[in-house]
Ligand binder design. Structure first.
Ligand SMILES: Nc1ncnc2c1ncn2[C@@H]1O[C@H](COP(=O)(O)OP(=O)(O)O)[C@@H](O)[C@H]1O
Ligand SMILES: [Mg+2]
Length: 248
């Protein structure tokens, strides 16, 4: 689905992603963990193509096409969708207008909004005065409407209360299961969302570098026990011992 090769990205003059290699296959759900400020959101913004995120080297290949120079809307039309961590408030633009613009055939805005407990929000300016959890659900509504083949979820569970997290998990699964080839990248701090959406693989971003790839459950358990600093030490040890093979 997507192949990221030797990707280095700068914002202003600051390197936020360094030599990233990551592949997500069709039908695969990849978990991405990492501490604050490690570059997780930057990875999503770079995949989506926001102009502040300048690619200084490397390639992003989506469905076999190099998309480094494609605009955000071209990427969205090609089938990449994102649930943003901090989407902007846009005064004068109603949630319904945005969803109606995004929606694919046979999508009922009212029905989906009802399922996400967002009916009363359709007539409100997008994200204006929405709580953290309401923003997440509004982002899911837009993703559902657009039906992307690759979904990028940026901390889907943060700020969502206990009742709504079940709903968020259910809707994420619905987006993923619309087509068996659909794939996703899920960023999380806590891993709570994995009670509802099962990742196939996991990786860790620390200090703008990808450090590991493997079984998401064991990665999460290790991080909970040893902290992220462990990844850097582990990587250092691995470089010393070339016989220790890792897959990425
Ligand atoms: N527009 C910006 N200008 C300068 N630095 C930025 C900008 N956006 C993000 N950063 C910095 O880039 C680093 C990575 O940020 P981010 O990708 O949001 O991390 P994460 O999502 O892992 O918490 C952080 O140190 C952040 O402060
Ligand atoms: Mg972030």
């Amino acid at each position: 689905m997507i192949k990221i090769q030797n990707l280095t990205v700068k914002i202003a003059d600051r390197e936020v992603l360094s030599n990233i290699n990551l592949e997500i296959k069709k039908g695969q759900v990849m978990a991405l963990l990492g501490p604050n400020g490690s570059g997780k959101t930057s990875l999503i913004m770079a995949i989506m193509g926001f102009s502040d995120y300048k690619i200084t080297s490397g390639d992003i290949i989506f469905k076999g096409k190099r998309i480094n120079n494609a605009s955000v809307d071209e990427r969205a039309r090609m089938g990449i969708g994102a649930m943003f961590q901090r989407p902007p408030t846009i005064r004068g633009v109603k949630t319904r207008q945005v969803v109606d613009l995004i929606k694919q055939e046979n999508f009922s805005t009212d029905k989906a909004a009802e399922e996400l407990n967002l009916k009363e929000f359709l007539g409100r300016d997008i994200n204006s005065g929405f709580s953290g959890g309401e923003i997440k659900r509004s982002e899911l509504l837009q993703l559902l409407a657009g039906s992307p083949s690759l979904s990028l979820f940026d901390e889907p569970e943060s700020g969502v209360d206990m009742e709504n997290i079940v709903l968020v998990g259910k809707m994420m699964n619905r987006i993923l299961r619309k087509n068996k080839d659909n794939a996703a990248l899920i960023i999380t701090h806590t891993g709570y969302i994995f009670d509802y959406v099962k990742p196939d693989r996991g990786c860790i971003l620390v200090g703008s570098k990808l450090h590991c790839a493997g079984n998401p459950k064991s990665i999460l358990t290790t991080i909970k026990k040893h902290g992220y600093q462990w990844c850097i030490t582990c990587e250092g040890e691995r470089l010393k011992d070339k016989s220790h093979k890792t897959s990425r």
